[in-house]
Design a binder for this molecule. Structure first.
Ligand code: SAH
Ligand code: SF4
Length: 469
């Protein structure tokens, strides 16, 4: 198998740095604050950073005023996310003055050399900057920052590798994200991800299965498999395991748990994937399938390599195989050159498909991508109007759909306690990831049960427990 794993000696060396920092910190009470922006992949990376920090002797906190180490794990997908990161990093100058903490900025945003340079020059209170590819070296970098007392910069450019065996600290015992692959080869013309996260590389299927087995034995009920395009899992491995076969392998693990995954690219979603989902009883009836635009002209300019007809066919096939499957998506409005006519096609697709969930984004120019060079004449005010129209249409769809579910029964997993829904004190999710609020004992958290939907509002559905599963 052709797996791009870092050698064991590398991981052992990082373990030694972890021990060295733990020794350095011995008999001190120290705190670390890890703040995450962006997608689930970043959340998963932050769980590794927290795992490393915990083994170094740091306790976790959400309060930057008491933290001895602050790590900001940044996102570069849209300009808005970058502005938020920069604003918050700027504010940390006060924490630095108060506690002389170590401040680190990592993740996709600083993998861009110009951004790393900007932080070096203009944010002098930042002690460490490390990109996505330097993450496995975090123990060594922090050790150096503590002992050498100088600023550390590591934004090595690379196609990417895989680090197995670093510690992970998961916040939630019942839910877990597991990266099954890293990077992206698709180069959608608007997107910065392939430039900062390197090429597609898949983890060893046996290691994924072992990780899920362990988590399930520890009481985890909800596993989400992560990748920028999970449908191309295994393409680089040469071992005959593709994403569908991986799903089958995980489905065969004994235990009471649900399998989710994201994201699926429509160009690689096949009937075989939906047939496999239908066969695997542990795979949630939910697919997140971003369509990005309803206009074929724009899809082609985006380099998405499918058209709206293929997209509609895929959703129809999935719904035929798994009636009631929840379909969610992402869409971009205001891509360079998008006309009113193109936008109408997006509205039509949203009207026809009636998504269970839709994330609407206004196009954000990312320098270095092909779309950044395309002529973009639509004024921002027009883009904002389109965003609102799409948002309103989706809201209407959701209200309609929730009404059709009134009186039906659903199997749900109780995820936690909530305090903002009046007498409904529990939040649960259906197989299709729809939130349902319930009344019941907090002891039910982590259990599967049946609930009858008795009410709905813009914010979600409200149910009554009908059966303890
Ligand atoms: N790999 C995933 C998505 C990663 S980014 C996939 O292909 O589905 C998550 C979402 O952010 C994308 O689906 C897209 O809708 C949005 N996005 C990415 N780049 C963007 C940009 N430059 N401007 C606005 N939205 C963007
Ligand atoms: Fe970006 Fe496209 Fe890759 Fe998703 S598939 S990460 S949108 S380039």
């Amino acid at each position: 198998m052709n797996i791009k794993e870092l050698p064991e000696e590398f991981i052992c060396r990082q373990q030694e740095y972890i021990q060295a920092v733990a020794e350095f910190n011995r008999e001190k009470t120290l705190y670390a604050f890890v703040d995450t922006y962006g997608c689930q992949q970043n959340e998963a990376d932050s769980e590794i950073i927290r795992g490393i920090l915990q083994e170094m002797g740091y306790m976790q906190t959400d309060d930057e005023n008491i933290a001895d180490v602050i790590v900001i794990n940044s996102c570069a997908v849209r300009e808005h996310a970058e502005q938020r990161v920069l604003g918050n990093v700027g504010q940390l100058v006060h924490s630095k003055r108060k506690t002389n903490c170590i401040i680190a900025v990592c993740g996709c945003m600083v993998q861009q050399p110009a951004m790393a340079e900007k932080i070096k020059k203009s944010y002098r209170h930042v002690d460490m900057v490390f990109g996505v590819h330097a993450l496995p070296r975090f123990p060594e970098l922090l050790y150096r920052a503590l002992t050498e007392k100088k600023r550390i910069f590591d934004i090595e450019q690379s196609d990417g590798v895989i680090a197995e065996g670093l510690p992970v600290l998961r916040k939630d015992k019942t839910k877990a994200w597991i990266s099954i692959m890293y990077g992206c080869n698709n180069f959608c013309t608007y997107c910065i991800v392939p430039y900062v996260r390197g090429r597609e590389r898949s983890r060893d299927p046996e290691k994924i299965v072992a990780e899920v087995t362990k988590l399930v034995s520890e009481g985890c009920h909800d596993i989400t498999l992560l990748g920028q395009n999970v449908n191309s899992y295994g393409n680089d491995l040469d071992c005959g395991v593709d994403f569908s076969s991986l799903l089958e392998m995980i489905n065969a693990i004994p235990g009471d748990f649900r399998i989710r995954f994201m994201t699926s690219h429509p160009k690689d979603a096949t009937p075989r994937l939906f047939d496999t989902m239908a066969k695997c009883e542990k795979v949630a009836r939910h697919i997140h399938l971003p369509f990005q635009s309803g206009s074929d002209r724009i899809l082609s300019l985006m380099n998405r390599r499918y058209d709206s007809k293929k997209y509609r066919e895929l959703v129809a096939y999935a719904r035929e195989k798994m009636p009631g499957i929840s379909v969610t998506s992402d869409v971009i409005v205001g891509f360079p050159g998008e006309t009113e006519e193109d936008f109408e096609k997006t509205m039509e697709l949203v009207e026809d498909i009636c998504f269970d969930g839709l994330f609407v984004f206004i196009y954000s120019k990312r320098s270095g991508t092909p779309a950044a060079e395309m002529e973009d004449v639509t004024p921002r005010s027009e883009k904002v109007k389109r965003f609102q129209r799409l948002f309103d249409l989706h809201d209407e769809n959701t209200a309609k759909m929730s009404k059709t579910l009134l009186g039906t029964e659903a199997e749900v997993l109780v995820e936690g306690v909530c305090t903002d829904q009046g007498e409904y004190n529990l939040i649960a999710r259906t197989d299709g990831n729809r939130p349902i609020y319930l009344k019941g004992s907090p002891d039910l958290v982590g259990t599967f049960l049946k609930a009858k939907i008795e009410n709905s509002s813009k914010w979600g559905m409200f149910g009554k427990i009908s059966d303890r599963g």
